[in-house]
Write a protein that binds this ligand. Structure first.
Ligand SMILES: Nc1nc2c(ncn2[C@@H]2O[C@H](COP(=O)(O)OP(=O)(O)OP(=O)(O)O)[C@@H](O)[C@H]2O)c(=O)[nH]1
Ligand SMILES: [Mg+2]
Length: 434
């Protein structure tokens, strides 16, 4: 089994007993280029079928160049109700060129489920495998949608599904093809078992509508995986931002911990100066309605004001993945160096830390890009906690990482991916060192 069990079923924050209803289910759509992710997101959210030539995806694209090329290049979030269940459908990019954006999105939005979209006539590509591996490594639950069954010969569809079965078996998972079942009357225990080692699979045509009803019913019935703690200090993760005339800077994102209220004074960061900017929450909007307070798990937009605006004329330097947090969290979680348990999924040679093994002086350690929650920054391995200072593919070890450019907001117990070229590893943060 490829999966390292220490990385599974652990979401860091402890669940609270107070799990509020009406928190949207978060589904991330992954899979190879042209497999039909954007089309499926559109069919689910806009209730209109596709024509097989890209008519549905137009409603989801954000940028003109996406409309021209048909290729998703940015994270798109669709807020909708699927069979009356509040949902956020997050469409990511399939092309290898945008893998960086896809991994950033996957880590940023922390979904309940990852929907792996596979074209029935396209088989399993390198990117399909990459996305399955990354999603499972981060401990996410999967479901698989096999699209384009209207144009795929039956024996090709069958071969694609058999290949998928073999792939998930390597991770100790089983496929459960749902075409034979009525999902609406399925046993709840079976539906709940989808959150463990059984991966539901639905055959779909975005053109004819085959399987769409089944998928919607499944989305309605699936248990929420993410648990939120309303009682802790507040943490808001920024996934977008814009300027509104007469209002100023507006952030969109998720209250991931605690309870956010109008009038709160929070710290927004980290910025390039390794620090945080003090801000006041002027307004909170949930589903375009103003609210005074909002508990964890909700996605909203917030109007903010810099607390000491008169003192500085500089604009807030904002980027996606930043956090707005209670000052206690910004103090305890800001850091450059952290320790993690890591597992090397793929690397051709050896990985070394920054200790010069010959002269016993500091040298250069292995460097890779870390994707962790909203973090996307290169880091160097400065110490491998073993006798040799070397590790290889398949090794599990404790290691210290140092971010190369600036401090980050580091959440203990978070899982992360590190990558460099074709090398891949996963990790779980244990301590912030400094
Ligand atoms: N016949 C048929 N065509 C489909 C189906 N689903 C999607 N398509 C077509 O497949 C093409 C690719 O669909 P997209 O939704 O853009 O694929 P994608 O996975 O989002 O691609 P990237 O964003 O580039 O990763 C479009 O021309 C769609 O019309 C389907 O079920 N049947
Ligand atoms: Mg797309």
């Amino acid at each position: 089994m490829l999966q390292n069990s220490i990385f599974l079923h652990d979401k860091g924050d402890q669940p609270s007993d107070q799990i509020e209803k009406n928190i949207p289910l978060r589904l991330v759509f992954l899979g190879n280029v042209d497999s039909g992710k954007t089309t499926l997101v559109s069919v689910l959210s806009k209730q209109k079928l596709d024509n097989g030539k890209g008519s549905a995806r137009i409603n989801i694209f954000k940028h003109p160049h996406e409309k021209n090329s048909g290729r998703t290049s940015a994270i798109a979030m669709e807020f909708c109700k699927v069979n009356n269940r509040k949902s956020i459908l997050i469409d990511l990019c399939g092309h290898e060129r945008y893998l960086k954006t896809t991994l950033f999105g996957l880590n940023l939005v922390n979904p309940d489920y990852c929907v792996i979209v596979v074209g029935a006539n396209m088989g399993i590509s390198k990117m399909t495998l990459e996305h399955i591996t990354m999603a499972l490594s981060l401990g996410y639950k999967l479901m698989i949608c096999v699209t384009k069954i209207d144009i795929s010969p039956e024996h090709i569809t069958k071969a694609t599904i058999e290949a998928l079965q073999k792939t998930v078996e390597k991770y100790g998972k089983q496929l459960c093809p749902l075409n034979m079942f009525r999902v609406a009357t399925m046993d709840t225990d079976l539906i709940n078992s989808f959150t463990d080692n059984i991966i539901p699979l639905i055959k779909i045509s975005n053109v004819k509508g085959t399987g769409i009803g089944k998928l919607k019913t499944l989305i309605k019935r699936l248990p929420a995986i993410r648990k939120y703690n309303n009682q802790s200090e507040v943490e808001f993760i920024v996934d977008d931002y814009f300027q509104l005339k007469g209002i100023g800077l507006v952030l969109s994102g998720t209250v991931s911990r605690g309870t956010l209220s109008v009038g709160d004074s929070l710290e927004l960061g980290t910025n390039k100066n390794n620090g945080f900017t003090s801000i006041d929450i002027k307004s909170i909007y949930l589903d375009d309605q103003p609210v005074k307070t909002l508990t964890a798990g909700h996605h909203c937009t917030i109007g903010i004001k810099e607390t000491n605006k008169k003192k500085s004329s500089q604009k807030i330097n904002i980027r996606r993945g930043m956090v707005a947090v209670d000052p206690k969290l910004s103090t305890s979680r800001k850091g450059r160096v952290f320790t993690a348990n890591i597992y090397i999924l793929h690397h051709q040679t050896t990985i070394s830390d920054s200790r010069d093994k010959v002269n016993k002086q500091d040298g250069h350690g292995y460097q890779a890009i870390i994707h962790c929650n909203g973090i996307r920054q290169s880091a160097e391995i400065i110490k491998i906690h073993n006798d040799t200072g070397y590790i290889r593919c398949g090794d599990r070890v404790k290691a210290d990482f140092r971010f190369l450019y600036h401090d980050e907001y580091i959440t203990p117990h978070s899982k992360f991916i590190f990558r460099e070229g074709t090398s891949r590893g996963i990790g779980k943060i244990t301590d912030i060192i400094n």
